[in-house]
Design a binder for this molecule. Structure first.
Ligand SMILES: C[S@@+](CC[C@H](N)C(=O)[O-])C[C@H]1O[C@@H](n2cnc3c(N)ncnc32)[C@H](O)[C@@H]1O
Length: 213
């Protein structure tokens, strides 16, 4: 199957990938990081209890965050539009079991999936690059009532919306994230900006919500 122009862009992006450190500052070999800075920001507790939960990551990249959730007893699926991501993620983390990686666009995957999930999340992933008006109702349809949906991304950058930008980044003011999520059937929305570890650097927007109806 021919890949889309978006997939090709992400495959080229993936080719420049630098692997994550083998061990973090706390001495852990797997961990979840919501921010663009190492050893900074909240951990997986944002997602609630994970043991036995069905978890989906949208835009899972090389799979390191999802691998951590598998070590905590979650049953994990990661999807990514770039085919070279799923291959690498399988090779790196497949030995952990309880996790699988699929090559798919987030909207296509959610439209076709027969499974429902307790937790859906995205870290600088597909949520950042997909129209929330289309994506959020599809995410909700594939989630169990009471489940957690969470995502992180950078705040809006000055170059956003520049003519010629091939992949559009999606940034909303906090009240609009809340409105879009509420319209799609989510409640208990918390949208916050995590300050950067250094003055003058961009923070991280972290949004989480519960599937309420
Ligand atoms: C900036 S990287 C972040 C990867 C990973 N979440 C991490 O934190 O290392 C964005 C990822 O989202 C994937 N992606 C972008 N748009 C997507 C879409 N529409 N559906 C699925 N994956 C997508 C890209 O291929 C890429 O791997």
């Amino acid at each position: 199957m021919a890949s889309s122009p978006e997939a090709e862009i992400w495959e080229r992006y993936a080719a420049k990938y630098t692997p994550r450190r083998a061990v973090n500052a706390a001495g852990a070999t797997t961990w979840l990081n919501w921010t663009q800075y190492p050893d900074h920001g909240p951990d997986e507790t944002v997602l609630g209890d994970l043991r036995g939960k069905r978890v989906l990551e949208l835009g899972s990249g090389a799979g390191a965050n999802l691998a951590h959730l598998a070590t905590l007893g979650a049953v994990c699926t990661g999807i990514d539009i770039a085919s070279n991501r799923a291959d690498l993620a399988h090779r790196t983390w497949g030995h952990l079991g309880s996790l699988g990686f699929v090559t798919a666009d987030a909207l296509d995957y959610l439209t076709g999936a027969c499974t429902t999930f307790d937790v859906v999340y995205s870290i600088f992933g597909a949520v950042w690059f997909t129209d929330p008006e289309v994506l959020f109702p599809l995410v909700r349809k594939k989630m169990c009532d009471g489940g957690v949906f969470a995502f992180s991304q950078p705040p809006a950058a000055p170059q956003e919306g520049k003519a010629g930008q091939v992949i559009r980044q999606r940034h909303l003011p906090v009240h609009e994230w809340t409105e879009q999520l509420a319209a799609a059937g989510f409640g208990e929305v918390v949208a916050e900006t995590i300050e950067a570890p250094e003055l003058g650097k961009p923070g991280t927007v972290l949004v989480h919500a519960r599937a309420t109806r």
